[in-house]
Design a protein around this ligand. Structure first.
Ligand SMILES: CC(C)(COP(=O)(O)OP(=O)(O)OC[C@H]1O[C@@H](n2cnc3c(N)ncnc32)[C@H](O)[C@@H]1OP(=O)(O)O)[C@@H](O)C(=O)NCCC(=O)NCCS
Length: 155
């Protein structure tokens, strides 16, 4: 299905997380990340009023999500992921764009996050949306991998 057909005709909506989504976000984390967030930590974030999760459903399951937590004038990215069966259809782009509106409404002035240096797809996706690499942190991830610090300053 093309990006136009999925993103353009109302077949999906970006929605706020509901508690019943948490198990499918946890399943998606386990599927796509080598160091997934634990179910306990997902619940902790979901219950916090400092955290926002935006999700896209298909057949009552979360197929893409974007989570971030507010810290003064920054919104710090927790994670975003799209299920492998639904990639390259504009879902991450849509979530990050709508996430920016949510973050701005909470007076955040920028997104900041960390991306594995090997994650070229995420880096390309972010750069296509005017994010920038601000620096590098050595051995940031649990397996010792370095992280690029990425930032999107809101206009
Ligand atoms: C990175 C990820 C979230 C992208 O999700 P997606 O819904 O497929 O992304 P989109 O369709 O919105 O793509 C947006 C842009 O990103 C880039 N992009 C996405 N996938 C790409 C790929 N496989 N190769 C090259 N560029 C790619 C393109 O510039 C694309 O725009 P275009 O299709 O107009 O060229 C998805 O690949 C994923 O879940 N990866 C595993 C989890 C992960 O690494 N998350 C990020 C770290 S927290």
């Amino acid at each position: 299905m093309s990006r136009q057909s999925l993103a353009g005709n109302g077949e999906f909506r970006v929605e706020r997380l509901r508690y019943r989504d948490i198990s499918s976000i946890a399943a998606l984390e386990r599927l796509v990340f080598s160091e997934p967030m634990s179910l306990g930590n997902l619940w902790r974030h979901a219950l916090s009023d400092r955290t926002a999760y935006l999700v896209i459903h298909r057949h009552n399951t979360v197929i893409a999500y974007f989570g971030f937590t507010f810290c003064e004038r920054y919104a710090h990215v927790l994670a975003n992921a799209t299920h492998p069966d639904y990639r390259r259809q504009g879902l991450a782009h849509r979530l990050l764009s709508e996430g920016e509106q949510v973050a701005r409404a909470r007076s955040a002035r920028a997104f900041i996050g960390e991306v594995r240096c090997s994650n070229l797809v995420q880096l390309k996706a972010l750069q296509a949306m005017n994010w920038h690499i601000a620096g590098q942190m050595l051995a940031f991830f649990g397996n010792g991998e370095n992280a690029y610090v990425v930032i999107k300053v809101f206009d």
